[in-house]
Each structure stands twice: as structure tokens, then as C-alpha cells.
Design a protein. Structure first.
Length: 147
């Protein structure tokens, strides 16, 4: 791996570390929070490692019909309202996606294959979120045992 790739991978780790630290602020049960966080990390790693080749044809086909365009406008307006309402959550998600995309680009420039880049992205992301959550839990409770 190139020397500069470690900078983006460190940035990915620190970003997910901060995300793991913030997970305790949600008012949902911890097991649901961690399940959704791990599921979103897996989905993002898959989306970055194995991009869809035929997405352009799918989008053109979807917008060519009137119903598809109408549904897209309604969903787009709903998403815009959600983004403006929960801007802090959207900014966090955008930061995680940006850090992941930067790391994936550096890995791709290094010449690694898709599976290997997936393993690197998922390992660093899960290690960051797990360590961030564990240190936050330790600082809040003062014990290492999760019970």
C-alpha cells in the first residue's frame, strides 16, 4: 500500500471512532443502536467496494416514466425536509461517507482488488466504531465489562 494511503485510513479510523463515541447520545436501546450502526457500516463498505456498473441505465429508465419522475420528486422533497430537520445527523452521515470514499479511492489507486478493499474498509471502520464506543462506555461507567 502506498505511503499516503495510511493518512486516509487513519482519517477513516478517527471518523468512525468519533461516531462510536457519539452513539451513546441516542435515546434508543443500545443493542438497537449498535445493530443499526454495524449494519450501516456494512452497507457503506459494500457500496464503496462493489459499485453498481449499470446504475446509469437504471436511473435513466426510472426517470423516463412520468410515475417514476413524480415519485422521485415526492421522495426528494421528503428527504430534503428530513435533511434540514436533522442536519446534525445528516452531517455525520456525510462525513462518514466522505471518509470512506477517500479511503476507497486511495485503496483503489494502490491497485488492490474489491474484496481486499472491502475487508480493509470494514476492519478499520468496525475497529474505530468499536473502540470509540468502548472508550466512551469506559469513561462513563468506569468499568470494562459490558453488562
Amino acid at each position: 500500500m502506498k505511503k499516503n494511503s495510511w493518512v486516509s485510513l487513519t482519517l477513516l479510523f478517527v471518523t468512525y471512532f468519533a461516531f462510536g463515541w457519539q452513539l451513546s447520545e441516542f435515546d434508543v436501546p443500545p443493542h438497537m443502536t449498535w445493530f443499526l450502526a454495524i449494519a450501516s457500516i456494512l452497507v457503506l463498505a459494500v457500496a464503496l467496494s462493489f459499485p453498481l456498473r449499470d446504475i446509469k441505465s437504471l436511473i435513466v429508465r426510472w426517470f423516463s416514466s412520468d410515475i417514476g419522475a413524480f415519485i422521485s420528486i415526492i421522495v426528494g422533497a421528503f428527504v430534503a425536509v428530513v435533511v434540514f430537520t436533522w442536519l446534525h445527523l445528516f452531517a455525520t452521515c456525510l462525513l462518514l461517507i466522505s471518509a470512506g470514499a477517500l479511503a476507497r479511492l486511495d485503496i483503489q489507486i494502490s491497485g488492490w482488488k474489491s474484496w481486499r478493499s472491502f475487508v480493509v474498509l470494514i476492519t478499520i471502520s468496525l475497529a474505530g466504531v468499536g473502540l470509540g464506543g468502548a472508550i466512551e462506555f469506559l469513561s462513563k461507567t468506569g468499568r470494562l465489562v459490558f453488562s
